[in-house]
Design a protein around this ligand. Structure first.
Ligand code: THU
Length: 149
């Protein structure tokens, strides 16, 4: 793992400590690397009306967009794991974005004009699986199909 990816995974793990996930008890953190080296993060944000819950990647992308920085995103890290009694995230299985988040990330990728690297990490340990978004969501429908990218 390069130092840059390690820092991005660390930021995702730190963010996951703030996950609002009292229903699934599964904390997820996402971190976005920006062109200038900044890192923006998100966590899953569950709701008592379960279906309204938001995923960490979606929250992170919306936060970047709220700063007018959606097109500056150059890489993504996501991590997650079951929360133990004190809220610490545990587990050694890498977490990859759900289908809806892949579509959200595709919006970023097409708008930014790059095949976004997505680094999938576990809650603990050094395991990492890196994919391009085109691998995670081949033949994607997106802004380009509407003449917007
Ligand atoms: N979750 C994410 O935040 N991102 C994903 O890509 C997969 C799933 C969240 C949703 C829910 O709060 C918890 O993980 C368990 O599904």
């Amino acid at each position: 793992m390069t130092p840059e990816i390690a820092a991005l995974v660390a930021a995702a793990r730190n963010a996951a400590m703030h996950a609002h996930a009292p229903y699934s008890r599964f904390a997820v953190g996402a971190a976005l690397l920006m062109q200038d080296g900044d890192i923006l993060t998100g966590t899953n944000f569950e709701n008592a009306s379960y279906g309204l819950s938001l995923c960490a990647e979606t929250v992170a992308v919306a936060a970047a967009n709220a700063q007018g920085r959606m097109r500056e995103i150059v890489a993504v890290a996501v991590t997650g794991g079951a929360m133990d009694a004190d809220g610490t995230m545990r587990g050694d299985a890498v977490v990859s974005p759900c289908g809806r988040c892949r579509q959200i990330l595709n919006e970023v990728a097409q708008m930014a004009g790059l095949d976004l690297p997505v680094h999938c990490a576990a809650a603990e340990g050094d395991a990492i699986a890196t994919y391009r978004l085109s691998e995670l969501l081949p033949h994607a429908f997106g802004p380009a199909d509407l003449g917007l990218a």
